[in-house]
Design a protein around this ligand. Structure first.
Ligand code: FES
Length: 476
């Protein structure tokens, strides 16, 4: 039997001219104009995007209770056969920190930024994904989902290696290199792949965060050695290995066996119905087409979002069993045929708009008012822009975003995100900031200052005036 040629998935390999060229100028097309978007009215989308501290606190509160409770039972069972199921339960709950890391990284688990950040760092440590590195890595995953040599998070590379996939049910294939990477970063030695997506001035944060991880795990290791028992290590780092089965079981359903190198999440991503316990631990990431198509929707609104767009997406798999029944033969086939992929039935929907409907609905064409003085350009009627909202505005081919916080509190800025060219008019106002719909970066709408990564460069701001019931901005 012929051996399938191994594909180069590295971000800096010889076959990877695009990744080497990736910088702010690489994306010639805007991100939002490249990928398929569901068609949904702006008002519906905006309602679904709302975050909530109370829902987040309830969810994380219950998760902590389950973690502490199962951990307590596990301690009591130590030294008996009951320790096996007890630690398996504890490890499974502990490993679901991966879902928490992910949701908090998007800034959608809570409304308050500090709560997202707090749980982001805790859960990043628990799941052994160094917080700063993985924030940047995951941005790339959303920009370039399953584009070979551009996406650093392609879980099943081709030709598929079934042994490696099985090993990751106990994190034995991906875990050791990840631990080694943290150790290397603690020593200040990133590799070329990491340097291709981490900004240079963020590296020191990654180094120090890695050092904290090494110090904590090292401390537990010393404690274990000192008392001559594995018990302390059973509570930190190791649970991610012995309890990682559920994470792998659910994580594989996201993309494995589907298309590479397409700009449509309906072809490279799955939505699968799963039971409520798994959904709780996985924070609804089984609605993965929905998550990828609109990362601004918080986990708790994904089921509703799914209902709203399901006529535009392939039929959701009715169960994990149904998904695996299709995926396992596909992965076996991919061991010898890397080009093989599962083809989903995509509903015939209206042609994907170049600018997503939510943005197009919002975008108003420029019109120079007869009464306007030179270079003041009329945007729209005041009533067209509700409080706590944004509207897109195009003048001479350039996009602007106009914001209204409350009453007559209006602001205007460039309309395209300074990170990777996403249209901000599809975003959401959160605590006085515009949140970018692509990677959830944020800008203060009063100053244009980038206040949350991956957004880092400020937006250019423009003067804005209300004249009777109309809005005008001063554009160059
Ligand atoms: S495109 Fe990445 S934060 Fe806007």
């Amino acid at each position: 039997m012929a051996t399938a040629i191994k594909r180069d998935y590295s971000l800096t390999g010889k076959t990877n001219e695009k990744a080497i060229a990736l910088d702010d100028d690489y994306l010639e097309d805007r991100v939002e104009a490249t990928w398929w978007h569901p068609v949904l009215p702006r008002e519906t989308l905006k309602a679904l995007m709302q975050r909530s501290d109370s829902i987040g606190l309830w969810r994380f509160g219950l998760w902590i209770v389950l973690l502490v409770g199962s951990g307590y039972i596990a301690v009591l069972s130590w030294g008996t056969w009951w320790a096996i199921p007890a630690f398996l339960i504890y490890g499974t709950i502990y490993s679901s920190s991966d879902a928490a890391w992910h949701e908090c990284g998007h800034g959608t688990a809570f409304k308050s930024r500090w709560l997202n950040d707090l749980f982001y760092h805790i859960s990043s440590f628990m799941t052994l994904r160094e917080a700063y590195l993985w924030r940047w890595s995951h941005s790339r995953h959303h920009t370039h989902t399953y584009l070979v040599t551009l996406d650093p998070e392609i879980q099943v590379q081709r030709p598929a290696d079934l042994l490696k996939i099985l090993m990751d049910f106990f994190y034995l294939r991906s875990g050791p290199p990840e631990v080694w990477r943290i150790i290397r970063h603690a020593a200040g030695k990133p590799n070329a792949d990491v340097l291709s997506f981490m900004p240079e001035d963020e590296l020191w944060k990654m180094y120090w965060s890695s050092r904290v991880y090494v110090a904590i795990v090292g401390g537990f290791a010393v404690w274990s050695i000192a008392i001559g028992s594995f018990l302390p290590m059973m509570f930190v780092a190791l649970p991610r290995f012995y309890g990682g089965w559920l994470h792998q079981l659910l994580g594989l359903t996201q993309h494995a066996g589907l298309a590479e190198n397409v700009y449509d999440h309906r072809e490279n991503t799955r939505t699968v119905y799963i039971n409520p316990i798994f959904r709780f631990l996985y924070m609804n990431m089984n609605y993965h087409i929905e998550h990828h198509s609109t990362p601004m929707i918080p986990y708790h609104a994904l089921p509703k979002y799914h209902e709203a767009i399901k006529d535009q997406t392939p039929t959701a798999y009715p169960s994990l069993w149904a998904c695996y029944k299709e995926m396992i033969p596909a992965l076996i086939k991919q061991t010898t045929d890397p080009d093989y992929r599962i083809i989903r039935d995509i509903p015939k929907t209206p042609a994907a708009p170049v600018i997503p409907t939510a943005v197009a609905d919002q975008r108003v064409a420029a019109k120079t008012s007869e009464n306007a003085v030179a270079q003041w350009v009329e945007v729209c009627a005041v009533d067209a822009l509700p409080e706590q909202d944004v509207i897109g505005f195009n003048h001479n081919g350039k996009d602007y975003a106009v914001y209204r916080l409350a009453g007559n509190d209006f602001y205007a800025s460039d309309g395209i995100c300074t990170h990777e060219k996403e249209n901000l008019a599809g975003g959401l106002i959160v605590n006085g900031c515009i949140e970018c719909p692509r990677h959830n970066g944020r800008f203060d709408v009063t100053t244009g200052k980038a206040v949350k990564t991956p957004a880092r460069k400020p937006l250019t701001m423009y003067p804005i005036e209300r004249r009777e019931d109309r809005l005008f901005i001063f554009v160059p």
